[in-house]
Design a protein around this ligand. Structure first.
Ligand code: 13P
Ligand code: ZN
Length: 276
């Protein structure tokens, strides 16, 4: 199988950061077995012409996202473990290029020793979201999906239609939440993992959020930087952990006051306008 070199700076740095974040997912005990998946739009780092590539045809039907033709993505393999990804991205993920006809993809790197490695079962969501990001948030090239224990636990207690209540709790647990995730998180009602239905629903909720919870399943976030995207998930899960720790200790957490949250709102506006 033909393959591109990843020694050039852009791709090497993407793979190093993917491995770093995969390690954090595992160390945080968020990933049981093959839980979680990662994709990064790496089109800008991939040569335009690569000869003689094997093509894999989509099992069901060609995708409808015309704009994604020729785009390249690093994507984790289905069934692969994050703890293995942390040590060896090659063999646990691959870089693929969507075919011009949209009927399949070429593997242009990775899948060492396993030519039939298949992208994550959440590929429908990753493709739909990358397509959405191209037109709505072009700077966002990263999609992280993981199963943070405390966040998932919260979705068993607070249902998707109570998003406002959920955000009030999260914001009031820790000052950083309001500053770095001022729009809060959205809860996508439960849908079958890996389905077109969860893909479609997620895109809807991402119109106003960068962090969404998949009810009773996990979390998904987008961003322009792999480590920064991990940080927002980590921050949200920390707030959930503080809440549940107080509840486990047998008392209702006091939470930040309305005045304290207003003050943080102001700080957040300042911070986001300074950050550009
Ligand atoms: P994959 O191994 O197919 O990526 O599945 C993991 C997962 O978290 C599905 O939601
Ligand atoms: Zn999952």
């Amino acid at each position: 199988m033909k393959s591109i070199s990843v020694e050039q700076d852009g791709l090497k740095s993407v793979l190093d950061q993917v491995a770093e974040v995969a390690g954090y997912f595992w160390q945080n005990r968020w990933e049981e077995r093959n839980g979680g998946n990662i994709s990064v739009n790496v089109t800008e780092f991939v040569p335009v012409h690569i000869e003689n590539l094997d093509q894999y045809i989509f099992r069901n039907h060609a995708i409808e996202y015309r704009e994604l033709a020729g785009f390249s993505f690093f994507i984790t393999g289905t069934g692969k473990r994050m703890r293995d990804m942390a040590r060896q991205p090659e063999g646990n993920g691959c870089i693929i290029r969507i075919s011009e006809k949209l009927d399949g993809y070429h593997v242009i790197w990775g899948a060492a020793g396993d030519p039939h490695i298949r992208p994550t079962s959440e590929f429908p969501s990753h493709l739909a979201i990358h397509h959405f990001l191209l037109s709505h948030k072009p700077g966002h090239k990263v999609i992280l999906h993981t199963h943070p224990t405390h966040m998932v636990a919260l979705t068993h207690i607070i249902e998707h239609h109570q998003t406002e209540k959920l955000n009030r709790i999260l914001w009031s647990m820790h000052p950083e939440m309001k500053v770095f995730i001022p729009e809060g998180v959205a809860v996508v009602p439960y849908r079958l993992p890996g389905s077109e239905a969860i893909a479609r629903a997620t895109v809807e909720y991402l119109k106003h959020h960068r962090v969404v919870l998949w009810e009773k399943h996990g979390i998904l976030a987008t961003g322009d930087d792999i480590l920064d995207t991990f940080d927002v998930i980590d921050m949200a899960n920390k707030a959930a952990e503080i809440y549940l720790t107080c509840k486990n200790a047998g008392f209702e957490p006091a939470g930040l006051s309305a005045a304290q949250l207003d003050e943080l709102d102001e700080m957040s506006r300042q911070w986001h306008s300074d950050a550009g």
